[in-house]
Design a protein around this ligand. Structure first.
Ligand code: NAI
Ligand code: MG
Length: 333
């Protein structure tokens, strides 16, 4: 049996890092049936949609998808929508998981091993927006059902880790929305007596993440807060070139680096493929291949201890050299 995996390279360095991670997946020796699909800004320019129907079908039929990155115009473009946000919604990928783990490189603080669990379908990203010349409003949607399911997942994951969940909100100001999230979170916490639940206001947590990141195990929060905190946390352990993420629901999973299409370095062959390779390791976990997932992570850690690193991580190797180093480390363990 081979695993059905859909590859969406997207724009910019997505086209460099997704093929790199595909090579690593193949090098595990597992059998894959890869399909490629397109999405993003260049797709929009060609077809008038950033997410063709065929792509949605391919992603739905695959067991898991590896996604690179897409470019999004900063100014609104008629008809353009973010394909990643649309896919998260279409496939009900309600959880965004971002592991933040110390790396053996100069740019990483030691002693960090946390998982940020971000609600992925609502909050300020619910697309409830209206604007006139003089006033613009974005509505923040929080539901009990979505809060319950994300917090429950956070506690289930914490049970397999250090058994500490930090619920992050701003309920002192956003009384309605964060109030509902917070109340729901502590109702769910009561279902998990073996896991410690604590809470923090998002602004104070943003500071404590810098001052004492070792404390945290699982952080669970709403969409926008999670988006911001996870980029902040990525900076503690080596930056975007190393940060993977998973979008998971009840069935499919979509795995991607945290970084974007990096137009400043696209086409130069110097993007770090490691974030996408670590996302591919999360994809292996999702497929029920934890041993192979760990083999890939170990290979990445070994490469980080050497000198085959891209410029963002302090070296001068190319994307393909780093990929070859990961594959050779993989074959050695
Ligand atoms: P970015 O993540 O693309 O780049 C930020 C900085 O980090 C740049 O200096 C870039 O060179 C560097 N960087 C990122 N990934 C790297 C890697 N693998 N190796 C080495 N250096 C790396 O964020 P930016 O510049 O804000 O956005 C660029 C485009 O990407 C925009 O169009 C944005 O909308 C899009 N974007 C897409 C995302 C996605 O597809 N999920 C996420 C974030 C941004
Ligand atoms: Mg982000």
């Amino acid at each position: 049996m081979s695993y059905r995996v859909c590859l969406i390279a997207g724009d910019g360095i997505g086209r460099e890092v997704v093929p790199a991670a595909q090579q690593v997946l193949s090098a595990t020796g597992l059998a894959f049936n890869f399909t490629s699909a397109e999405a993003g800004w260049e797709t929009f320019q060609r077809h008038g949609t950033s997410l063709p129907e065929a792509t949605l079908t391919a992603v739905t039929e695959a067991q898991a998808t590896l996604f690179g990155a897409v470019s999004s115009p900063l100014n609104p473009v008629e008809g353009y929508r973010s394909p990643i946000v649309a896919m998260r919604r279409a496939l009900n990928l309600y959880a965004n998981l971002r592991p933040v783990i110390s790396a053996p490189i100069a740019g990483s603080k030691p002693g960090i091993d946390m998982l940020i669990v971000r609600e992925n379908t609502e909050g300020l990203y619910a697309s409830h927006e209206r604007a006139s010349q003089e006033e613009a409003v974005t509505e923040r949607v929080i539901t009990r059902a979505a809060s319950q399911r994300i917090v429950r997942l956070a506690f289930q994951l914490a049970r397999q880790r250090r058994k500490l969940v930090t619920v992050v909100h701003k309920a002192n100001v956003l009384r309605a929305t964060c109030g509902l999230f917070r109340r729901t979170a502590f109702e769910v916490a009561a279902e998990f007596p073996e896991v410690t639940a604590e809470e923090a206001l998002v602004d104070s947590l943003a500071m404590r993440l810098i001052l004492g990141p070792e404390h945290y195990d699982v952080i669970v929060t709403t969409n926008l807060f999670g988006d911001i905190l996870s980029d902040e946390a990525a900076a503690l352990v080596g930056g975007l070139g190393l940060a993977p993420s998973a979008n998971v629901g009840d069935r499919q999973g979509l795995f991607e680096p945290v970084h974007g299409s990096a137009p400043d370095i696209a086409g130069k062959g110097i993007a770090s493929p490691l974030a996408t390779i670590l996302a591919a390791a999360m994809l292996l976990d999702h497929l029920g291949e934890p041993v192979q997932a760990e083999r890939v992570r170990t290979a990445v850690m070994r490469v980080l201890q050497g000198s085959d690193l891209t410029p963002d991580l302090g070296g001068n190797a190319s994307t393909s050299q780093v990929t070859a180093a990961v594959i050779s480390a993989l074959n050695a363990n």
